[in-house]
Design a protein around this ligand. Structure first.
Ligand code: BGC
Length: 315
């Protein structure tokens, strides 16, 4: 019996993320900006997992706020390198700055795990022990389109034979914004629907901007608007307020789509206040990123990409 218990306990230790304290690596993390709903959930889970599940002492982990300023974030990364951290987990302000970071980190022999903002394929082909952990944004866009397709009227409330849509984009430098914008609409046209883009503007992932843009579009196009696509839930939360203010009713005369599955948005989907969202799995992504970082810090060579799936969320 004792033997079985011992084996079981050994298995449990193997199954959880666990690093011997003496070997605990020093980890430098920077997030593009703390004032981002989704990245706040991500960051909190990342740090919780590293400390509680992986046993990394909190003092080994430094987490910086990039404040949406690439110059500031580049200084933070330089400081991590000067401090000789064992690994960096980086959510770039501008993914186009990844190349410079890859070269510096490689010269210093420090592995890098990029998260959330995917570097270009060209940069991913550079030399060095680094990887990207994320979700394929094409999937989330396609799922948004499929949610519209699943409705009986396929998103054509005004009966003019087309899906008249408003697109509220994240920061267009970010592939998540590019792909979600493209693939949500592509799902509709691939299914043979006629689409009509009434309005498309960047809301930079921000709730207040989402509200302002949706209000502008609803004022300009009134009842012509069938569907409001938002590249994320924060902007959809803002758009919802604009929909209510315009006297429109989700599910009755308009559709509202987001991405992330923030708790308040899942609640709204259940209540019919949002048509649907897509789970952007911050738990899976943060754990995968932490696991990759710990492996790399222990000297393992990383794969180039680690992908985590999106999941459709409807009533
Ligand atoms: C999320 C957004 C977030 C952005 C930050 C996206 O994947 O869906 O909510 O603002 O990442 O880069």
């Amino acid at each position: 019996m004792k033997k079985i218990l011992a084996i079981l306990m050994a298995m449990m230790i193997l199954a959880t993320c666990s690093v011997a304290m003496a070997d605990a690596p020093k980890i430098g993390i920077t997030i593009y900006q703390f004032a981002d709903n989704f990245m706040t959930l991500y960051r909190e889970e990342l740090v919780r997992y590293l400390t509680e599940d992986c046993g990394i002492p909190a003092e080994n982990i430094t987490v910086m706020d990039g404040k949406n300023d690439q110059a500031e974030q580049s200084n933070q990364i330089d400081a991590f390198i000067a401090d000789n951290v064992d690994v960096m987990i980086l959510n770039m302000v501008q993914s186009s700055s990844a190349a410079a970071v890859i070269q510096k980190a490689d010269a210093a022999g420090i592995p890098v795990v990029f998260i959330n903002r995917e570097p270009s394929a060209e940069d991913m082909a550079l030399n060095g022990n680094f990887c990207y952990v994320g979700a394929d944004a094409r999937q989330s866009g396609t799922m948004q389109g499929n949610i519209v397709l699943a409705a009986e009227n396929k998103g054509d409330f005004n009966g003019n034979g087309a899906v008249d849509y408003v697109m509220i984009m994240g920061d267009p430098e970010n592939v998540d914004a590019q792909y979600r914008t493209e693939f949500s609409v592509k799902a509709l046209t691939d299914a043979g629907l006629t689409v009509n883009e009434l309005f498309k503007q960047r809301g930079d992932w921000d709730q207040t901007k989402g509200q302002e843009l949706a209000a502008t579009a609803l004022t300009q196009f009134g009842n012509d608007v069938d569907v409001i696509f938002c590249n994320n839930d924060a902007m959809a939360l803002g758009a919802y307020q604009a929909i209510v203010d315009a006297g429109r009713v989700v599910g009755e005369d308009i559709m509202l789509l987001g991405v992330d599955a923030l708790a308040e948005c899942v609640e709204m989907v259940n209540e019919g206040k949002m048509t649907g969202t897509v789970l952007n799995d911050h738990v899976g992504q943060s754990h995968t990123a932490a696991d990759a970082a710990l492996k790399a810090a222990a000297g393992e060579t990383l794969e180039k990409y680690y992908w985590v799936d999106y999941v459709m969320v409807t009533k």
